[in-house]
Design a protein around this ligand. Structure first.
Ligand code: ZN
Length: 307
């Protein structure tokens, strides 16, 4: 089996201001992901002839324009999945009933506002626990895509949050325990604890390369640029499923009203056209290597048959 999927977390701009402890974004910048990035993502998808899996945050769909854009994307064949109700970075620290509300209400709002029923879930900030997993199972979620067993990412995130604290600001982001690094890097059924194999929910981990387990995600691919993105993609060839996870902000840049993020996020300084070219290069390598692009729902159904 050689399946590939491209998923996109549609985190709106205020989330990035929260991560960096920057307060509220300027008014015109707040909704650039739904207002600008979604069109660019659909352009990318048709250029690469692939379906996207779009992880939406329920509360963003309160805005009619956002809900309409996502509904159209779903009607066009892209999968709509659940990225929680409010994108609470501290989801894992909430009480069980609030965790359940974040999962179930997120799904309900997406269903009501887009007409598309989400079956997959991704936790905010790749942080997940056994308790969140047990809620997902009770809520009938078909696959989760939150586990990121990437030593380089884990170390960088831990250092970044400490750095933000040292500069006297407070990030809303939190660090997962290093146990996540013990999880399988290929799709698996979770056990207890979730980083062991078992017969529970199907987990599709965020992609790392073979060998040094480098992150194969939007930030690393777009910062690598079109040529080195090919190298990263080649380092994933051979995996049964290659699952490239992007964010809406990966197809935006400083000129989209994000100047305030420039000092904090190097990816915002790269022109969006160059970033899109990098993603297309990575997809081209996978297609040339015999991969078929599917939604994560389709990948999950195929994996469930074999698991
Ligand atoms: Zn997110």
């Amino acid at each position: 089996m050689r399946l590939a999927s491209v998923s996109v977390d549609l985190d709106e701009i205020p989330n990035y201001f929260e991560i960096h402890g920057l307060g509220e974004p300027p008014e015109g910048a707040r909704t650039k992901v739904y207002d600008v990035a979604l069109d660019r993502l659909e352009g990318l998808a048709s250029a690469a002839r692939l379906p996207l899996t779009l992880f939406a945050i329920g509360q963003d769909l309160g805005r009619d324009a956002a809900a309409a854009g996502l509904r159209e994307a779903g009607d066009a064949g892209h999968e709509i999945a659940n990225h929680s109700l409010d994108h609470r970075y501290d989801l894992v620290r909430l009480g069980r009933e609030e965790i359940r509300r974040q999962v179930a209400e997120g799904a309900r709002v997406i269903r009501e506002r887009t007409g598309h029923d989400p079956v997959g879930f991704r936790a905010p900030g790749y942080t997940i626990t056994d308790e969140v997993f047990s809620v997902l199972e009770e809520e009938g979620v078909r696959y989760d895509a939150s586990v990121f067993p990437c030593p380089a990412y884990w170390a960088a995130k831990t250092a970044a949050i400490a750095g933000i604290a040292m500069r006297g600001r407070r990030s809303r982001s939190i660090v997962d325990t290093p146990n996540v690094l013990r999880a399988p890097t290929r799709p698996y059924r979770i056990g207890r604890p979730y980083w062991r194999r078992g017969d529970g929910l199907l987990e599709i981990p965020v992609q790392v390369t073979r060998g040094p387990r480098l992150p194969f995600i939007g930030t690393s691919v777009t910062l690598a640029g079109p040529e080195r993105a090919r190298l990263l993609a080649r380092m994933c060839v051979g995996e049964p499923l290659v699952n490239l996870e992007l964010h809406g902000i990966d197809v935006l840049d400083a000129d989209d009203g994000l100047d305030a993020l420039r000092p904090h996020q190097p990816d915002v300084r790269v022109p969006h056209g160059r970033k899109i070219d990098a993603v297309l290069s990575a997809c081209d390598v996978l297609r040339s290597a015999g991969y078929t692009f599917v939604t994560m729902r389709e990948a999950a159904a195929t994996l469930a048959e074999g698991a």
